[in-house]
Design a protein around this ligand. Structure first.
Ligand code: DC
Length: 227
């Protein structure tokens, strides 16, 4: 694709714990670009559904909840962390755990839900150049993104990172539990019929195993400069 036909978007996709969020956030901050965590949208929908007693299998009722996500916003906290708000409610903590990840994976299987959330995700480009992260940002949401990356890492490392992210202690047992949860979520995300987790044909794959967050960001920035 010619550069002028592409959109000023960096699409960063990959499975849970591949380093997407850390990389995308650091990039957004250092470039002062808008940041979109598409997983947070699905997580918030899952959380809202559970709170309202809507079954995660009930596609029509889930679609009916989607307009409520239009008030979702991302704000940087004073300590540099990212806060997710639904209207005035800070949902950051509520949506971060592995359980909320599973709810997100469940609601995101439904074609109607994915369709209903497309415009919301695309509307973030109105604010300027964008760093978007998720599962299908390079394939479906922003197919014309100028830069596309697909991050991977070994299951072991991804599980360790998730434990750290959630502030949980690493024990052989907790590591096994989180590995199982990640494996199940990967399987569901990559085998669903609509917009499954997969690398876009024109995405650059980056194996982040053994790399520090700084090294990943540096690598991506270098590739972005090159074109
Ligand atoms: O990136 P995450 O762990 O916050 O995502 C949570 C779930 O949301 C993930 O398991 C599948 C779903 N998701 C999706 O289907 N499409 C996206 N673009 C982002 C997330």
């Amino acid at each position: 694709m010619k550069r002028e036909e592409s959109d000023p978007v960096v699409a960063i996709d990959g499975p849970a714990g591949s380093g997407k969020s850390t990389t995308a956030r650091a990039l957004a901050k250092s470039l002062d670009w808008t940041y979109l965590d598409t997983g947070a949208i699905y997580r918030t929908l899952g959380w809202l559904a559970v709170r309202e007693g809507v079954s995660l299998d009930d596609e029509n009722s889930l679609v009916a909840l989607c307009p409520r996500l239009e008030t979702l916003s991302f704000r940087w906290g004073e300590d540099g962390s990212l806060r997710v708000f639904l209207g005035d409610v800070d949902v950051t903590r509520a949506i971060r755990g592995e359980e909320a990840g599973r709810w997100a994976s469940d609601v995101s299987r439904h074609p109607g839900v994915r369709q209903a959330l497309l415009d919301l995700q695309r509307s973030f480009t109105r604010k300027g150049p964008l760093i978007a992260e998720g599962r299908d940002t390079g394939t479906v949401v922003f197919p014309k993104a100028r830069w596309k990356f697909f991050l991977t890492a070994s299951l072991e490392e991804r599980a360790r990172r998730r434990l750290r992210e959630m502030g949980l202690e690493e024990t052989p047992q907790s590591l096994e539990t989180i590995k199982r949860a990640i494996r199940e979520r990967d399987l569901q995300d990559s085998t669903r019929t609509v917009a499954p987790l997969m690398k876009a044909r024109d995405a650059i794959e980056v194996d982040t195993t053994g790399l520090s967050p700084e090294e990943v960001v540096e690598f991506i920035r270098r590739l972005m400069k090159e074109g």
